[in-house]
Design a protein around this ligand. Structure first.
Ligand code: VG1
Ligand code: CO
Length: 546
């Protein structure tokens, strides 16, 4: 039994602790400041009510500072009257696995330690996110309450005691709090078995289906090994970079065409397996590339929704589909054909939670490589890969054939995101402010033959709890269905990142096989001109194109 102490926070005020799109993300150096993490964690407990004696889940993606943070959080939790904490072995839990555990255990909430797809290591990023009882990220009103508390608290409570051995599965106590170290994979794996036809996928692997999954030295390695190789029989070596490393082996664990270029190159080569896939730092994103065919996340969402009844978990069909506003309209066409509602939400997974809880939607996704369903309340990288594997096994067709058939039936939404990373914050905000002011004057005008049908600052009214979220991105929508969207990232940790989303709908099958950037060339040029991007950011071209 350790000693309970209240420690005065002497080093206030800290750098801003307002959570962004996905929790609090900062440089490791900032998190390591004395009392910084403690301040935020105490603020979480101060903002919650009625959790005394309750169960929480705790784990992270294994990045640098994960282990230290876990020890600190355990001691603060014990001092605040938490009943039990369930911790993934060695501190490892993917974001969807935390969500699944919270739901299975009917826990009060959970804490996810990750900065997702941002680089790790001593000079990389760290992050803390609080998830609520439905397994999803805390809603805005909770994160705002936590933030307000970080500004006023003066001390935190902690039990002074030895560190817990988090590498050994088993139970111990800190003060009156039970600490259970559990297998990081088992609960999640059992959930996946209920959703997909594992026998069918196993047969497909036995008959020669090939997979290359890159865990990017991040959290999904142990999950992917256990599920793809050990349980489903994918050839040994199908999973690469499978050991979670504190600095992700120096890689940027963002599974996109820039940071997972080698997978793209493999998929386009003669040695291509049937499916190349990857996930990000914390396991909630997915990259899907078939032999000779990259699947955009927006298309992947639409295709999964259109084929949902193939998988045992979705045999009854989907109640509705939700997508974040910047995600392409491909899913809208599927929803229309299925006769189910389509919800358009702001960027960030937390907005899907209410829709899923209320049973209004079954499948949701974002253009940023996130897809998921009502099985958890986070996006889920391995779930998406398993869904594609099950679809390949059931349809016995290639990824390319499935995508081409989809475009023939529904039309193709050419889509690309242009990111201007780490630009000066003042310039980026000035760009958005100026554009917002000009938006109404654009309506009805023509730019290079394209007529602006509508231009607005996206606002979302939550149909379940009635809350409103304003200023969620500037949209310029053209009469032919094309669209340009501008917003600032809420997950970056240095300067500002301007994201520009460009989309054009092509119903004509003869025009569906252009190279994406060429197909969008006019709109891309217009996106720069309309917002005077170079003038405000001093950048003539984006730093990342996906
Ligand atoms: C980005 C993506 C967004 C995603 C968020 C968290 O946010 O655009 O779609 O939900 O990251 O993803 P932003 O504000 O930087 O655009 V994860 O995998 O980083 O938790
Ligand atoms: Co992530």
């Amino acid at each position: 039994m350790g000693k309970l102490r209240a420690i005065t926070i002497a080093t206030m005020p800290f750098a801003d602790q307002r959570p962004g799109t996905s929790g609090l993300r900062k440089k490791v150096e900032i998190f390591k400041q004395p009392n910084y993490l403690e301040n935020f964690v105490q603020s979480i407990f101060d903002s919650l009510e009625g959790f005394e004696g309750a169960t929480f889940v705790l784990g992270g993606d294994g990045r640098y500072y994960n282990r230290e943070a876990i020890q600190k959080i355990l001691k603060i939790a014990a001092a605040n009257g938490v009943g039990s904490i369930i911790v993934g072995q060695s501190g490892i839990l993917s974001t969807p696995a935390v969500s699944a555990l919270i739901r299975s255990l009917k826990a009060f909430g959970g804490i996810v330690l990750s900065a997702s797809h941002n680089p790790g290591g001593p000079h990389g990023d760290f992050g803390v996110k609080y998830n609520v009882a439905n397994g999803g990220p805390a809603p805005e009103k909770t994160t705002e309450a936590i933030y307000r508390r970080t500004l006023e608290i003066t001390s935190y409570r902690v039990v002074e005691t030895d560190d817990v051995d988090i590498d050994r599965i088993g139970e111990t106590t800190i003060g009156d709090m039970r600490v259970a170290i559990v297998d990081s994979v088992a609960n999640y794996q059992a959930l996946m078995q209920t959703l997909f036809d594992f026998d069918r996928i196993r047969d497909a692997f036995r008959s020669g289906l090939t997979l290359k999954f890159d865990a990017m030295s991040a959290v999904t390695g142990p999950y992917a090994r256990a599920i793809f190789e050990e349980e489903l029989g994918a050839r040994p070596g199908s999973v690469i970079n499978a050991t979670p490393l504190p600095d992700f082996g120096g890689h940027h664990p963002d599974p996109n065409l820039v940071y997972a270029r080698h997978l793209y190159d493999l998929a386009m080569s003669d040695a291509a397996p049937d499916l190349c896939a990857a996930s990000d730092g914390d396991g909630d994103r997915n990259l899907i590339i078939g032999r000779g065919r990259f699947v955009t996340p927006s298309d992947s969402l639409a295709i999964l929704a259109a084929n949902a009844t193939i998988a045992p978990g979705y045999r009854k069909g989907v109640a509705g589909i939700a997508r974040s506003m910047p995600t392409s309209g491909a899913a809208d066409r599927v929803a229309a054909k299925l006769g189910v509602p389509l919800y358009e939400t702001p960027t960030g997974w937390k907005y899907f939670g209410n829709l899923l809880d209320a049973g209004l939607v079954t499948i949701c996704g974002e253009e940023s490589a996130g897809a998921g369903s009502d099985h958890v309340r986070e996006k889920d990288g391995l779930w998406a890969v398993l869904f594609w594997l099950d679809m390949l096994a059931a349809r016995k067709e290639s990824v390319d054939a499935i995508v081409r058939q989809h475009w023939t039936s529904y039309g193709r939404n050419y889509y690309s995101r242009h990111d201007y990373e780490e630009v000066a914050s003042d310039g980026a905000h000035a760009l958005i402010d100026a554009l917002r002011d000009r938006l109404p004057t654009h309506e009805g005008k023509c730019f290079g033959g394209l007529e602006v049908a509508k231009a607005d600052d996206f606002a979302y009214h939550d149909p379940v709890d009635g809350s409103d979220s304003l200023h969620q991105g500037l949209r310029v929508m053209f009469a032919d269905g094309s669209r340009i969207v501008y917003r600032l990232s809420g997950t970056g940790t240095s300067g500002a990142t301007l994201r520009v989303y460009i989309e054009r709908y092509e119903p004509d099958p003869a025009q569906q096989y252009l190279e994406t950037q060429s197909a969008l060339a006019d709109l891309i040029a217009l996106s720069r001109e309309l917002a005077a991007i170079e003038r405000y950011t001093q950048r003539a071209a984006p730093s990342v194109i996906t």
